[in-house]
Write a protein that binds this ligand. Structure first.
Ligand SMILES: [Zn+2]
Ligand SMILES: [Zn+2]
Length: 438
């Protein structure tokens, strides 16, 4: 929803809301005083250009249209009057300019938030006027993700996304804006959310891909316990605390799909070694003992890692547990530690490790789980894991022709969303390595 706007001129403002004579000058030739209320405690005044705002933002184009709304009509009449007395509008004191007020564009009431909102809105005005002042935004050598996310928020609210996206792409190419690097240590969730949010609005596919993968891998506080990811945000929260347009549900669902896949792989081996079919390929007299030994080792290993729980089915106290809340890469890494114990020296290649690791290699999270912005925007119904899951058996086999998305990349979705993953295979499927999943 566009912020509420109301028109006023200086006389209407009165002393209680007097226009400062020294507004923030975005454009020295500016012919409009923009009065912005962030919250009850902060109001700022900006000298801006009507024609620039109208050209760059459809919100302002509508608002300041000289025939449509009272705001635009009043500003136009006011300017016509001024031009009769002044040859050059630049000479008119700011306090004499027509004014437009924008109300309630702050987020929350905390001072720190208000300052961030103010910096970001000013950045928006500077970008629209082509006079970006790096003194404000270069304080850390690059633009903070939260500022970019708020900038994206205002760009969307004021219908000025194309102009802002063009500027941000240019700055990104110059290295002023970092966002696509893969986080190497524990990231703060809000930073990932800010980059996904800004990336979705300002069309930055690398940001969306990398940081949606990061959010899936690290998990979200919002997805824990009783929290329903679709719970609405309250007024104090930032707009990226819940990623709208189905993104929040999609990312949460992808994490669940990864956990289901890992779970299915674990179950595959437990079932194989619990079955009557002999798994040891050596056909020795000791082969049944080899299988029992390996089953025991794998139950011990999975239980120790916390990925398997042995519970009694007799007392009726068996309960579903919470899904895994930790870091998915660490989970995969810890599963890769599965031991290569053997019953004895004759059973050298028997056991879980030889068969488990190659299948586990199929799960290449950084490449697979991130949101492909192109596919999400253009062909969402086909590429959403929520909307279009694989409804067929997925065979972990090298000779199966792999469905591909518009980018010619393997659809990891086929594996992760299949209701029935068959991990039986003779050869290792070269899935993922170097291929980003869409
Ligand atoms: Zn064996
Ligand atoms: Zn794609």
């Amino acid at each position: 929803m566009p912020p509420h706007a109301e028109s006023s001129n200086r006389s209407e403002l009165g002393h209680a809301m007097s226009t400062p004579d020294d507004p923030i000058v975005i454009d020295t030739q500016g012919d409009l005083l923009l009065i912005v209320h962030y919250n009850e405690d902060l109001t700022q005044y900006y000298r801006v250009s009507v024609s620039v705002l109208r050209k760059q933002s459809s919100y302002f184009d509508n608002l300041l249209d000289t025939t449509k709304f009272s705001e635009g009509i009043a500003v136009d009449a006011n300017l016509a009057q001024l031009r009769m007395c002044h040859k050059d509008v630049a000479c008119v004191p700011s306090s004499a300019l027509p004014a437009v007020t924008i109300s309630d564009i702050g987020i929350g009431s905390a001072d720190a938030r208000t300052n961030l909102c103010e910096s970001s809105f000013r950045l928006l005005l500077e970008i629209l006027h082509g006079c970006l002042q790096w003194s404000i935004v270069k304080t850390r050598g690059y633009v903070r993700p939260i500022i970019l996310a708020l900038l994206a928020h205002y760009a969307e609210a004021f219908a000025a996304v194309p102009a802002v996206a063009t500027e941000v792409h240019a700055l990104s190419e110059k290295g002023y804006i970092r966002g696509s690097a893969r986080p190497t240590k524990d990231v703060r969730e809000d930073k990932s959310r800010q980059k996904i949010y800004a990336g979705l609005i300002l069309d930055l596919p690398d940001w969306v891909q990398t940081h949606s993968a990061a959010l899936i891998i690290w998990g979200s506080k919002r997805w824990m316990g009783e929290n329903d990811p679709s719970n609405s945000v309250d007024a104090e929260e930032y707009p990226w605390d819940y990623l709208s347009g189905g993104v929040e549900e999609e990312l949460h669902h992808r994490r669940c799909c990864v956990l289901n896949t890992l779970s299915s792989l674990q179950s595959h081996f437990l079932q194989l070694y619990s079955s009557r079919q002999t798994q040891c390929k050596l056909s020795y007299d000791s082969s049944p003992q080899c299988d029992s030994f390996q089953l025991g080792e794998m139950v011990r290993f999975f239980t120790r890692k916390g990925t398997l729980r042995l519970q009694s089915a007799m007392s009726g106290t068996y309960q579903d547990s919470e899904p895994f809340q930790g870091h998915l890469l660490k989970l995969v890494q810890s599963l890769k530690e599965c031991p290569s114990y053997q019953l004895d020296g004759f059973h050298r290649h028997c056991g879980l490790r030889t068969r488990f690791i190659p299948r586990l290699e199929c799960v290449d999270l950084w490449s697979h789980v991130g949101l492909c912005l192109h596919c999400w925007k253009k062909e969402r119904s086909q590429h959403s894991w929520v909307e279009s899951p694989n409804r067929e058996v997925w065979w972990c086999r090298v000779n199966k022709s792999l469905p591909r998305c518009g980018h010619g990349r393997f659809q990891a979705k086929e594996m992760y969303t299949s209701p029935c993953q068959d991990w039986t295979m003779n050869e290792i499927l070269p899935l993922g390595r170097g291929n980003a999943g869409c």
